[in-house]
Ligand binder design. Structure first.
Ligand code: NAP
Length: 294
């Protein structure tokens, strides 16, 4: 069987189209959702992420403001900047671009963001709400995975989802999202990690397999059953002398052989990647609606 490819680019475009429409309707009511981004330092990857977020905002009609601080900014300066955005009525969503320099506590900064404006969904209050099944902004990459599944006709309800990886930004929140008794979820979820003696014992039992390990080609064809839906979250730089950059991007899944067995598969790049920024835009619009109701 050759797998159908789930195009994250296509699904992201579909969602951005819906958001553009929603933003236009909100503007008619005098509501303009706004994203405030805090960038500390000039790490090239972070600068590029922030640029793509700003472009996404422009595309769907959001107000956007990026505050750039030098790499030697103090933690107090970063907290003061976040505080300003917390109080700014033009801003419905706040994003602090990670990683932060070592002298700044990520936990302290994330904890300082007003939970109502926490569009990354990383604030402990929102993670608690997520576990309890209460309304909250969902962390963007796991939310993107859920949307890819639902919109490709692979509703997780009643399926066995095996998530490989238990990070706070992907594996754990994804498991929490998909186990909820809710639309587009209600799955039976198993989470595997380096503590598992043999991860293939679990991956072979998956109806839906999500790889979020940060290990290039860790999921090989012998670990996957015929007909499994495979979502590859991994983005890894693999040395490649044929490329000008000296590397190519590879997922956590050994794509070609696994695609021979899977029923659906996401590519890298062009799978989960384009969904992350799109769900950030989604959370910013939802936050604006919520803030104007409360
Ligand atoms: P992370 O914090 O490094 O966590 C990796 C997780 O995978 C850990 O829980 C680790 O287990 C587990 N793991 C690693 N090797 C394993 C193995 N051989 N067998 C079983 N489990 C293993 O990574 P992350 O932040 O979740 O990111 C994962 C990947 O997704 C990375 O490639 C990252 O670049 C990518 N990513 C992509 C997006 C996107 O927008 N597309 C967003 C975020 C992340 P332990 O807990 O036991 O160490």
């Amino acid at each position: 069987m050759a797998a159908k490819v789930i195009s994250g680019k296509q699904v992201a475009e579909e969602i951005r189209g819906e958001l553009k429409q929603k933003v236009a309707e909100l503007k008619e009511k005098g509501i303009v959702p706004g994203l405030g981004v805090v960038l500390v330092g000039e790490d090239p990857a972070s600068v590029s992420y922030v640029t793509s977020k700003a472009k996404g905002c422009e595309e769907i009609g959001l107000y956007e403001e990026t505050i750039r601080l030098p790499a030697d900014a103090t933690e107090e300066e970063v907290l003061k900047t976040v505080d300003g955005l917390n109080k700014d009525p033009k801003i419905s969503g706040i994003l602090v671009q990670l990683p932060l320099p070592d002298h700044i506590s990520v936990d302290r900064v994330i904890g300082y963001i007003s939970p109502e404006k926490d569009v990354d969904g990383f604030h402990p209050v929102n993670l608690g709400k997520l576990l309890r099944g209460e309304p909250c902004p969902l962390p963007c990459t796991p939310h993107g995975v859920k949307q890819l599944l639902v919109r490709s006709g692979n509703d997780p309800a009643g399926k066995h989802v095996v998530v490989c990886g238990r990070s706070n930004i992907v594996g754990k929140p994804l498991a929490a999202i998909l186990m909820q008794k809710a639309e587009g979820a209600n799955a039976v979820v198993t989470v595997v990690h380096t503590g598992a003696k043999d991860i293939s014992y679990y991956t072979k039992q998956a109806d839906i397999l999500v790889a979020a390990m940060g290990r290039p080609n860790a999921i090989t064809a012998d670990m996957v059953n015929e007909g499994t839906v495979v979502i590859d979250v991994g983005v890894n730089r693999v040395p490649d002398s044929s490329k000008k950059s000296g590397f190519r991007l590879a997922g956590d899944v050994d794509y070609e052989p696994v695609a021979e067995k899977a029923s659906y598969i996401t590519p890298v790049p062009g799978g989960v990647g384009p969904m992350t920024v799109t769900m950030l835009l989604y959370n910013t619009v939802e936050a604006a609606i919520w803030l104007n109701q409360s």
